[in-house]
Design a protein around this ligand. Structure first.
Ligand code: GDP
Length: 632
């Protein structure tokens, strides 16, 4: 696809005219001439995606490809009209032509790259061709995800096939009745959320596995929340039907209660009964997946430089950085200059999921590549650039941007952001994840929160991304990042891992133990009137290793400090399985026989609490102080 300026026709008009009929022909030329100027104008800022071709940029800037190429040359870059550039480069060109720019949210928030937007995009591309579906398997632990992936693979790889030794590269492709299906074989939704949090989405069809002898479990519900918020079509595989205790109807009943309604009951979710162990129903499952894929008319254009997502990456001692890429559009070839996340390199060699060397990888093909300078991160997107120099520059700029971002933190949504949006007169949606100690309060909170929608002005909407009982875990935080939700904890606290993840990503977690405080604050945020808030700042976590009774009858505990440091003046919460048992102050803090002011992570100490004598081995103590946070 080497192209010169004449390429404008195909590159520039591809998206908007869709190549259909003569609509694009005359109109375009006239429009571009009229506005070709570089003087600053008073106009709306233009929104640009994270990667686009020069043709697309020219169109957005209402100018010609030649102008854009000229500006790029002034910046020291040579490029053709079909070449892709990243947002930062596009923004510089746009500024030179008198435009202000915004980066499209979708690439950052993970919300925009949903199934629907990609489908619409592919549809508008006249060169798009049918491509295999990409499937992720999700579900509760031990429900048989791994077994199902293994069985599908072994049943569909012809034995004795040349080089038929299967490799684990993070994804594989099977043939079923002449059709291909790609499976991402990191089961569970960690990979799925990690990708969404980075703005990528690889999955076309999600298979939810539920063991017929066990039923809907917490992770099943979480997986449903993930799938629904990503708007990915779902297929339910009821697994382990070989067991005498299997009860598929009960599973259907339970799933229909969380709005996963079987087709046979008038819903829109196909259910298939399988046994991963006995290899029963696997062909049915593959057939249903193909049908779902057909309904959604999955397409991509193979005739352009490849782009897609990183499925897995590592540094191999002998081979260097190795990455598994899933091509989502275009075709990947050896020697291509690839930018993946914040690293880049030329493809030295490409292998398929059976370790065979291949020379081209079309849309939906997973491929292992050598040649990147470093290992990117799973979930990073990748793009092929025609020009090696540009690839290097883009990678370097991204690396710098990531460093800067890790310093200034986060793009996560805050309750105060909502007030801001509301007072600016924007339409705002507040998405919340609710975790509560018991299901009784959970139900009450859910329904009262949804009722707020009727009490607040139009243009503000609250929706519940996920609600569940138990401690706030790491997966709640990753769901919050992926969906730009805030987390509300009612009588529950995050565990150490979740706290770390929230600190790293800036997810807003709010804690309450009185429902009307919770409702007041959320309502205030929704009406744009959020009062100054007090935030609990965690100082450290410790774990009770042993307890002993003091002569006076009080109970003291031997602690090990897990994280941060604990202070004599801190307030303290006693957590048992994530539930708050007590909140109060420290009576005594000792190391050996001495009173101390603070104890850091990695050390042991003794503690007594004011008015609380029920400490138990295994309790976690959270030490914190209260700060007033300035309104945004
Ligand atoms: P994962 O945690 O969801 O990946 O679950 P695994 O694939 O590791 O399976 C958990 C356990 O269930 C293993 O002991 C499997 O052998 C067993 N298992 C998986 N599928 C089936 C099945 O169809 N029937 C029966 N009886 N056992 C199964």
């Amino acid at each position: 696809m080497a192209s010169t300026y004449q390429g404008r026709r195909s590159g520039g008009s591809r998206r908007s005219s869709g190549g259909k009929g003569g609509r694009g022909k005359g109109g375009r030329g006239a429009r571009t001439v009229a506005v070709r100027r570089t003087a600053p104008l008073v106009r709306e800022p233009v929104t640009l995606p994270s990667v686009l071709t020069l043709g697309e940029l020219a169109e957005k800037l209402e100018t010609t490809g030649v102008e854009v190429i000229k500006e790029l040359m002034k910046l020291g870059m040579m490029a053709t009209i079909n070449q892709q550039i990243d947002y930062a480069t596009a923004a510089r060109v746009a500024q030179a032509l008198g435009w202000e720019t915004n980066e499209e949210e979708s690439a950052l928030a993970g919300e925009g790259d949903n199934f629907e937007t990609r489908r619409i995009e592919a549809e508008a591309d006249p060169e798009a061709k049918a491509r295999p579906p990409v499937v992720t398997i999700m579900g509760h632990v031990d429900h048989g995800k791994t077994k199902l992936l293994d069985s599908i693979r072994s049943a569909n790889v012809a034995e004795g096939e040349a080089g038929g030794i299967t490799q684990h590269i993070g994804a594989y492709q099977v043939d079923t009745q002449g059709r291909k299906i790609t499976f991402l074989d990191t089961p569970g939704h960690e990979a799925f959320t990690a990708m969404r949090a980075r703005g990528a989405q690889a999955t076309d069809v999600a298979v939810l596995v539920v063991a017929a002898d066990d039923g809907v479990m917490p992770t099943t519900r979480e997986a449903v929340a993930h799938i629904k918020s990503a708007q990915v079509p779902m297929v339910v595989a009821i697994n382990k039907i070989d067991l005498p205790t299997a009860n598929p109807d009960r599973i259907k009943q339970q799933l229909s209660e969380i709005e996963v309604m079987p087709e046979e009951w008038g819903g829109d979710v196909p259910f298939v009964e399988v046994s991963a162990r006995e290899k029963l129903g696997l062909d049915d499952l593959l057939e249903v997946i193909t049908l779902v894929a057909d309904v959604n008319e999955l397409k991509a254009n193979p005739h352009k430089p490849a782009s897609g997502v990183v499925v897995e990456a590592k540094v191999d001692r002998t081979r260097g950085p190795v990455a598994t890429l899933l091509v989502q559009s275009g075709t990947l070839n050896p020697r291509d200059a690839v930018v993946a996340g914040a690293t880049w390199g030329r493809v030295k060699a490409m292998f398929d999921d059976r370790g065979r060397k291949i020379r081209r990888a079309e849309p939906s093909t997973p491929v292992e590549i050598l040649g990147l300078l470093e290992a990117p991160q799973a979930g990073d997107t990748f793009t092929v650039f025609e020009d090696e120099k540009m690839a290097r520059e883009v990678a370097e700029r991204r690396a710098a941007q990531r460093r800067a971002e890790s310093l200034t933190a986060d793009r996560s949504f805050k309750l105060t952001d909502l007030s801001h949006e509301v007072s600016e007169g924007g339409i705002a949606e507040l998405r919340v994840i609710i975790k509560a100690d018991v299901s009784g309060s959970l139900g009450a909170i859910q329904s009262s929160l949804l009722k707020l929608n009727e009490e607040v002005p139009e243009g503000v909407q609250l929706s519940i991304t996920y609600a569940g009982t138990g401690a706030i875990g790491e997966s709640d935080v990753s769901l919050a990042v992926a969906t730009r939700s805030i987390i509300i904890g009612f009588n529950v606290r995050p565990d150490v891992a979740a706290k770390r993840a929230a600190d790293a990503t800036g997810v807003d977690i709010r804690f309450y133990n009185i429902i009307y405080h919770l409702l007041d604050e959320v309502k205030a945020a929704m009406t744009g009137l959020l009062a100054p808030v007090y935030h609990d700042q965690t100082d450290g976590y410790a774990e009770v290793r042993e307890t002993f009774r003091l002569p006076g009858g009080d109970v003291a505990a031997g602690l090990y400090v897990l994280d941060g440091k604990i202070n004599r003046n801190s307030r303290v919460r006693v957590l048992r399985s994530g539930t708050v048992m007590h909140e109060g102050t420290v009576k005594s803090l000792k190391r050996f026989k001495d009173d101390v002011r603070e104890v850091a992570a990695g050390y042991e100490c003794g503690i007594g609490l004011d008015g609380y004598n029920d400490l138990q081995t295994g309790d976690q103590l959270e030490f914190f102080h209260r700060e007033e946070v300035a309104r945004a």
